[in-house]
Ligand binder design. Structure first.
Ligand SMILES: [Zn+2]
Length: 339
């Protein structure tokens, strides 16, 4: 099968690999029908994480080809969406809604779903079947549910976005934009998107942003405070993972407010004294996408949300290198790979 392999930073190739087979009786093999490049795939691409001949990709939708003897909830032929973390969905951590930290968690990035086939561990707990075979135009949105939508959703939930709340969103990548969509769905009254790119601002507005702040850092914080009577937002989503973004999120939050942070943290150091006096709630981490999948799939199926709009570039798998380059250079918000 064809598969995306990152040989080294900046060196993405499509190469032949063996088609995966069932290893554990709880596995399923899916034929991947669409995959995509994640903002987090750019960390190794840019050399910020080590990488050496790594099969890439952790977002996926597809059709079940084979199931192990102990798989009961999923049938061959089902169209399925899964999270970027495989989970049993039965342990205490999963039952509490934190499937991304399941005691048996397997990171799908270690398997690589930018490939024609993928082995899905813990298939019963990981995969959710759609109500039927989806119309082709629903595929991008279902694919978004696998990570970016689920992650933006978790960020909004962690930030306690809801009726009467002002939500600020730091980061205008796909996750930040879908954090806007999630905040809107959760009933937020006002949504401030922080972005300096016209195309991303337009999509943020389409997803429900009521205000746009183009300033960053301390100036961005000052602008959010200005828009909120000097208090700061009730809820702030951090969808970048850098020191600047994290501090911008904390400082934009009013005392008693909530920060939902989902940007993969790189070198973030929180000053204890400032954290102490900020009086904010911090909650985040790798999103337990599996918690939200049934609800998100239904919203997409019923055409109530269209998160697939974050894909502004669609390329055949063969052109994966260009998909990475376009996202790295911010020519694309998010790139989908088709087969
Ligand atoms: Zn679990």
């Amino acid at each position: 099968m064809r598969s995306v392999i990152m040989h080294a930073p900046g060196d993405v190739r499509v190469e032949k690999r063996e088609i995966p087979t069932i290893i554990e009786p709880t596995d399923a093999i899916i034929r991947v029908t669409a995959a995509c490049v994640c903002g987090s795939d750019l960390w190794p691409y840019r050399g910020a994480e080590t990488v050496d001949h790594q099969p890439m990709g952790h977002e996926y939708v597809g059709v079940v080809e084979q199931i192990g003897d102990q798989v009961n909830n999923i049938q061959v032929g089902d169209f399925v969406v899964g999270s970027f973390v495989a989970s049993d969905n039965t342990c205490e951590i999963c039952q509490a809604g934190y499937q991304s930290r399941c005691v048996h968690a397997v990171m799908m990035g270690s398997i690589g779903t930018q490939a024609e086939y993928a082995r899905i561990p813990l298939a019963d707990g990981t995969l959710v079947a759609t109500p039927g075979q989806p119309d082709p135009d629903l595929i991008p949105s279902l694919l978004a549910a696998s990570d970016v939508l689920g992650t933006g959703w978790f960020a909004a939930v962690a930030a306690e976005a809801g009726p009467g709340k002002t939500v600020a969103v730091v980061g205008d990548g796909a996750v930040g934009l879908l954090g806007v969509l999630a905040a809107k769905q959760l009933g937020a009254e006002r949504i401030i998107a922080m972005s300096r790119h016209a195309d991303r601002q337009a999509l943020a507005r389409e997803f429900g942003a009521t205000d746009i702040v183009t300033e960053r850092g301390d100036e961005g914080v000052a602008r959010v405070r200005e828009l909120t009577g000097g208090l700061g937002a009730h809820s702030v989503i951090e969808a970048v993972g850098t020191q600047e973004a994290m501090m911008q999120a904390i400082r934009s939050t009013r005392p008693g407010g909530h920060v939902g942070f989902v940007g993969v943290s790189h070198g973030v150091q929180l000053p204890g004294d400032e954290l102490f006096f900020s009086t904010v709630h911090l909650h985040g981490g790798p999103a337990p996408v599996r918690r939200f999948l049934p609800e998100l799939i239904q919203l997409i199926w019923d055409r109530k949300i269209d998160p697939g709009k974050v894909f502004d570039l669609t390329l055949p798998l063969e052109d994966a290198a260009e998909a990475y380059a376009a996202m790295d250079e911010r020519r694309a918000i998010k790139a989908m790979l088709t087969f």
